[in-house]
Design a protein around this ligand. Structure first.
Ligand code: TXA
Ligand code: MG
Length: 353
């Protein structure tokens, strides 16, 4: 299959009609959102969902998020919309918040990985919204990467993983946030299944107490979910975002982290290893690592989150034997840093020093 790439907004005249046509015919279109790029198909068509799983190489028990362009569209997909969901939609949609509710019969089990609930969100990105409006369908979309690789934050990442396997890529430039949406389950007592840009504090300010899936706390503290201790979002159990070389995550104050990283690098270099470091400032590691990814001050969490998946992808191209990364002090569960830390922790496979 030949994958056609359109640049937005330049190619708008051709891009939206072509995307709408492909989606209505059961095809797949990758598109930008404010979090990461998504791989979209008609959420109401079981065959389209199957194609999404096949293109990504994704296990089919891992449910997809349904994207809509109007808040009202939610009512067509679920049994009922509880008061707390209404409050969160009003406050955060369009935006990086996914809400899980009991699905109705319109949504096929192929889209929800066999679950009787459905995850829905209204993305805050003009290209995503315009594409959904143009086809007039709810769009099932996981992140547009090969399963197990870092989520795509630019169109080139999507092409790297999916060119030749999907119909169209809509290139809307680099995304603004860089990590996936916060997922809150409202099919029972409010519970965060995946941390994201919208934090526990943000959610609690609107609807009161919100729990965090205990499996997440386990990931965060360096114990990956094991045995029958299952995360409630099936996707969180897979070792996502994993670079090829082992990644060691280092925690502590700015000075402590730098000291530990330098020590680890010296040891690995002495063993003849080719090393990469993911750090705040270039000058701290000049001459000490083979590849240096300087992401800037830990005080700017958004800037770090925008760069992190691109950096993880790049490490695979650099043929390094070991990666050492600062955790940027992002460990407080009330803040956005918790989400970035969560992704780094998964990339590290739980290895925290
Ligand atoms: O920011 C995002 O949410 C991006 C963009 C494209 O919108 N999408 C995304 O989708 O991250 P994906 O498929 O990579 O992650 C979806 C996560 C998975 O961990 C999945 O298990 C969980 O959502 N999920 C989806 N439906 C669910 C449900 N009904 N119950 C529990 N977890 C669900
Ligand atoms: Mg994903």
């Amino acid at each position: 299959m030949k994958t056609v790439m359109y640049k937005l907004p330049q190619d708008a005249d051709k891009a939206y009609p072509a995307a709408a046509k492909a989606l209505k015919n059961g095809g797949l279109v990758a598109f930008p959102t404010e979090t990461v790029y998504g791989l979209g198909g008609n959420a109401l068509d079981p065959a389209a969902s199957k194609k999404i799983y096949a293109a990504k190489g994704r296990p089919s028990d891992n449910p997809l998020i349904v994207h809509i362009a109007e808040k009202e569209s939610l009512y067509k997909l679920v049994m009922e919309v509880p008061e707390k969901a209404k409050k969160l939609m009003d406050r955060f949609w369009p935006g990086p918040l996914t809400i899980i509710l009991k699905k109705n019969d319109t949504v096929p089990l192929e889209t929800t990985g066999g679950l009787d609930t459905v995850a829905v969100r209204m993305p805050d990105h003009e290209v995503a919204l315009e594409m959904i409006r143009a086809c007039g369908l709810p769009i099932a979309a996981p992140s547009a990467n090969t399963s197990g690789r870092p989520s795509p934050t630019k169109a080139a990442h999507v092409a790297e993983d999916l060119a030749g396997k999907i119909d169209i890529i809509l290139d809307g430039g680099d995304v603004g946030i860089g990590v996936e949406s916060t997922i809150i389950d409202l099919s029972g007592e409010p519970c965060i299944l995946r941390p994201g840009y919208i934090t526990k504090d943000d959610l609690e300010a609107v609807i009161g107490p919100v729990a965090i899936d205990p499996a997440l706390e386990n990931i965060q503290s360096g114990r990956l979910p094991a045995g029958d201790f299952k995360p409630k979002a099936p996707g969180m159990k897979y070792r996502h975002y994993a670079p090829k070389a082992p990644l060691t995550l280092v925690t502590g104050s700015r000075q402590e982290a730098k000291k530990t990283l330098l020590k680890l690098l010296a040891k690995a270099k002495a063993e003849g290893k080719r090393c990469a470091v993911i750090c705040e400032f270039y000058k701290d590691f000049e001459g000490k690592a083979d590849v240096i990814y300087a992401l800037g001050s830990r005080d700017d969490t958004l800037s770090i989150s925008r760069q992190i998946y691109d950096v993880l992808r790049d490490t695979d191209r650099q043929n390094v034997d070991a990666i050492f990364a600062d955790d940027f002090g992002l460990d407080s569960d009330g803040h956005f840093g918790y989400a970035v830390q969560n992704r780094l922790m998964k990339a590290a496979g739980g290895k925290l020093l």
